[in-house]
Design a protein around this ligand. Structure first.
Ligand code: AGP
Length: 614
């Protein structure tokens, strides 16, 4: 899940390549690199550095190189540690072929062995370097790009997107795509290429999304596109209207904090947007009202935070429209038995719309003729294009790796959708559907106000106190259990504090042995009186064993408030929206702990915003 970017045209390429890479740094930031063809002597030149893109920028300022044809890369390490040596671009033996790559070459062990036996020398631990050497091999046999590329792709296995510059073809960028995305922006006498069109948004409107298993030769004068077997493909040029706005932190220390504060507006925007598409929703989703009416099962799938949103939404669909939900983890789905059911729908939840695990699941389900819907925040995403239909959240661009407003708008959209389906099935009235929209806006208000209520005590007292703990336990019941999973994920990814999460009722089946005064137990309450009583009993079990309790309680839950060492009191909302109401405060608390620990909050170690490899 790296990003690749390239440019060929009348301008120098470096400025665009670096800007494009900075827009796509969400795909990885372990190292960065740039290669170009020197306009004076047509030599292939490069620079690469470990760490974030700014290191490469600094290096290129000190030792500038540039050319009218250039490619660049930011890396999220899959094969080989994050180091200068493993940074892209990678080269063949003679350093005449450079390759930047996003994906995984699955047969790289076998290929490396063969290439080494044939005399090739490797300088990195990456699978990417194999492509460069294999390309060298194919080019020496075929002596021209087209034949060499057909040969090359026939030998590679995996899911990959790479771009390459070859010194002997100084006017050409070579693009190869299998499964992982690649697109070409067609400008006036210039071409942009990238893993995601956001890299060149605002610079050109005509885009070719490369078909699966294709390669392209891109020159400033035009594009040749071929299937992997070498037969020509037509260029399907789409006009797209995606702009790029500079998203500054607007006075906040981190994007994450800015995005936490944007949630109320993002929820409002999502509700208003869905309200405006009310009657068009089934057409957008690629289904008919009749299909919705006959639904027997709803499948929800996602990874990480998006999976947590789906887990919370399971309670919406099962309670509000009384349709059973099957929840799937994107990373597991394709390796488990799948029983395609009639009258079912498959909703893929993904902020980015690029997550490889979820995307591959959509592709698989498409083959069974079951309606697939991408519930995503990015209208230009691959998932939106490949699913049968879509539901768009209106979070606005989310930059921090830790998902905040994407999560709350996913919950918003799913809650709304559950009501819209219930309305279609005549389970609720139009007035109740309107009421659900109001309830979402009330929850958004609570989400924001509770941050304000506790902000000072968190910053001054609670974050410094809890930043000292090395581990925490998270508990919830019913829909507050998946919320506890999301809370623990936030703490882990931004503060690097170990967290274990359990449905509270499971404690006595084992994890109760972990309770001690050094492990804070964070409990997320529920408004349903029966669930609350059960949760209370679990809290008493913790208290009786000397546990230290931090409770997110709803107003009036006096017994829980009395038992806890620290209490965050949340105003009551519609019970199913309890998790949404608690979202802002939970995120702010863990943000403050991570800040106290001086973590790189927006770009935590080892992570990337968008996980585009399986
Ligand atoms: C959560 O904070 C993470 N950013 C991560 O779990 C994320 O939700 C997951 O990788 C799925 O991403 P997606 O929503 O873009 O598909």
């Amino acid at each position: 899940m790296c990003s690749v970017v390239g440019y060929v045209g009348a301008d120098y390429s470096r400025k665009f390549v670096l800007e494009g890479l900075s827009r796509l740094e969400y795909r990885g930031y372990d190292s960065a690199g740039f290669a170009c063809i020197d306009p004076d002597d047509n030599r292939l030149m490069y620079a690469k550095s470990e760490g974030k893109l700014r290191s490469l920028v600094a290096l290129l300022e000190k030792e500038p190189i540039d050319g009218f044809v250039g490619i660049g890369h930011t890396r999220w390490a899959t094969h080989g540690v994050s180091s200068q040596q493993n940074a892209h671009p990678h080269f063949d033996c003679e350093k005449l072929i450079s390759v930047v790559h996003n994906g995984i070459i699955e047969n790289h062990h076998v290929l490396k062995h063969e290439l080494e036996a044939a005399g090739h020398t490797f300088h990195s631990e990456t699978d990417t370097e194999i492509i460069a050497h294999l390309f060298e091999d194919s080019l020496s046999t075929y002596n021209e790009l087209h034949g060499a590329l057909v040969d090359l792709v026939g030998r590679l296995q995996g899911a990959y997107a790479f771009i390459s510059l070859v010194q002997n073809y100084p006017d050409t960028i070579i693009l190869v795509r299998k499964r992982s995305p690649l697109c070409i922006g067609i400008g006036q006498g210039e071409m942009f290429v990238a893993s995601d069109m956001l890299a060149f948004a605002g610079k050109c409107r005509n885009v070719v999304f490369m078909p699966d298993e294709s390669f392209a030769l891109v020159r400033k004068s035009g594009v040749e596109l071929y299937r992997f077997d070498g037969t020509p493909l037509p260029l399907l040029v789409q006009e797209v209207d995606v702009t790029w706005d500079m998203y500054e932190k607007q006075g906040h220390d981190h994007y994450m904090l800015k995005e936490i504060y944007e949630q109320k507006t993002a929820i409002h925007n999502t509700v208003n947007f869905l309200h405006s598409v009310k009657d068009r929703i089934w057409a957008d989703m690629g289904v008919t009202g009749e299909q919705i009416f006959q639904l027997d099962t709803i499948n929800l799938i996602g990874c990480g935070t998006s999976w947590h949103a789906g887990y919370i939404a399971k309670f919406f669909f099962e309670t509000i429209c009384m349709i059973p939900v099957q929840l799937h983890l994107g990373s597991e789905f394709r390796y488990l038995p799948f029983f395609p059911a009639k009258n079912s729908i498959f909703i893929a939840i993904s902020q980015s719309g690029e997550t490889a695990n979820t995307l591959e699941a959509v592709r698989m389900v498409n083959e069974f003729n079951i309606p697939t819907v991408a519930l995503t925040n990015v209208s230009s995403s691959t998932m939106l294009r490949e699913a049968g239909g879509f539901v768009l959240t209106q979070a606005g661009r989310e930059i921090a790796v830790a998902s905040t407003k994407a999560f709350s708008t996913q919950i918003t959209a799913l809650y709304w959708l559950a009501h819209r389906i219930a309305y279609e099935k005549k389970i609720i009235t139009a007035a109740q559907l309107e009421g659900a929209q109001e309830d979402l806006l009330i929850a958004a208000e609570v989400l924001e106000n509770t941050i304000e209520n506790y902000k000072l005590s968190i910053i001054k007292e609670l974050a410094p106190r809890y930043a000292r703990y090395g581990k925490m336990i998270f508990l919830g019941r019913h829909s507050s259990y998946p919320f506890a999973l999301e809370a623990a994920l936030k703490l882990k990814e931004i503060a690097y504090i170990f967290a274990a999460t359990y449905p509270a009722g499971e404690l006595k089946h084992g994890p109760l042995a972990l309770i001690d005064a050094d492990t804070p137990v964070i409990i997320f309450s529920h408004q349903d009186p029966i669930i609350y009583q059960k949760l209370l009993a679990n809290v008493q079990e913790v208290k009786a064993r000397g546990g230290h309790i931090i409770a997110f309680a709803f107003e009036g839950q006096y017994e829980l408030i009395g038992l806890a060492d620290v209490v965050f009191e949340i105003p009551r909302v519609k019970p199913l929206l309890g998790p949404l109401a608690m979202t802002g405060l939970m995120q702010f608390f863990f943000y403050a702990i991570a800040k106290e620990l001086d973590r790189p909050i927006d770009k935590p170690r080892n992570l990337a915003k968008s996980v585009t490899v399986e």
